[in-house]
Design a protein around this ligand. Sequence first.
Ligand SMILES: [Zn+2]
Ligand SMILES: [Zn+2]
Length: 369
Amino acid sequence: MPTSTKDYYETLGVPRDADEKVIKKAYHNLAMEWHPDRNKSPEAGERFKEIATAYAILKDPQKRARYDLQGMEGVAHYTSEDLFGGLDLGNIFGDMGFGFGGGSIFDRMFGSRTARPQHGQDLRVQIEIPLEMVNEGGRQEVGVSHPAACSLCHGYGTKSGTPPPLCKSCNGSGRKVSTRDQSEGKQQIKIQQINVCPHCHGKGTEITDPCPTCGGYGQVEKEETIKVTIPAGIEDGVVLRVAGHGLPGDGPDISPGDLHVVVTTRSDGRFQRRGADLWRAETITVPDAVLGTTRTVPGLGDNLALTIPPGTQPDAIIQLKGKGLPRFRGNGRGDINIRIQVHVPDTLSKKERKLYEQLRELTDTDFKK
Ligand SMILES: [Zn+2]
Ligand SMILES: [Zn+2]
């Protein structure tokens, strides 16, 4: 639910390592300043909302940890229920002198239970694609299994397929509000506690005659095969978004989330991929390194001729320019890089030994100079 693009620490004007006390104090001061009952400027409502949301997240160690780790993304799924349900508002507003009549400030700010997420949660799957697919791009099938709205009851969970009646316990609000008086010194303050309705668990509705297909859950497991378009040269870790194929919304009138497909390259016996470049090792003999030779190496598609020049050193890299993968969001292609390894024989025939000894006699004198 939180939509602010501002940093919550900035909103409250506290350092990132601020303790609970500091956060609470900062919140108090700002809430006093921006409470729409006191501050009549047009932006007061929006500011107050930001301040309250920042406080709800930073005061809760778990939510704060998620925010620190993942930023907005880590807390975006929280509903106003998650943020403000169970928060002891009395402690915040009781001593500020704001009344509670006519619904709490939070109901007015966020709407009560109706402030639910605009769409279902996003779903994430990972796929591996072969080098050929990276090279050419194309369509790839992705199999996903996820809950989806039950088609028999249209997601309502009722046998009739129509919206279920309101929960009698909470009258559809999904919350239980309890108020008690508490004296602090000479002052008498009201403590208001809002909890999720234990009867309907915050849903606000009650299913008496459940749908036989989904058992009242409103959702069934659905297997889908989705075709995604892979752009040529796609880099490892790129996320392709398929709108509307994520988890269903929390109710029939809320659209589903998106499917996020994380694409990685399948490991390949021929090459190692580094961006648009491909790497491969070729092992040659000592005479080949000395005298030079030619080789046939695999390419993307046709095999390629590799010329190893005379005097090639171990670990030399020979580039086959432009024979690699297409550059993602760029022009042209990468290279195929061949790292040359020289095999030094550890067993020799009599004849070979003799030749190497002759070779040594020849080269020794030159080399030692
Ligand atoms: Zn209820
Ligand atoms: Zn159903």
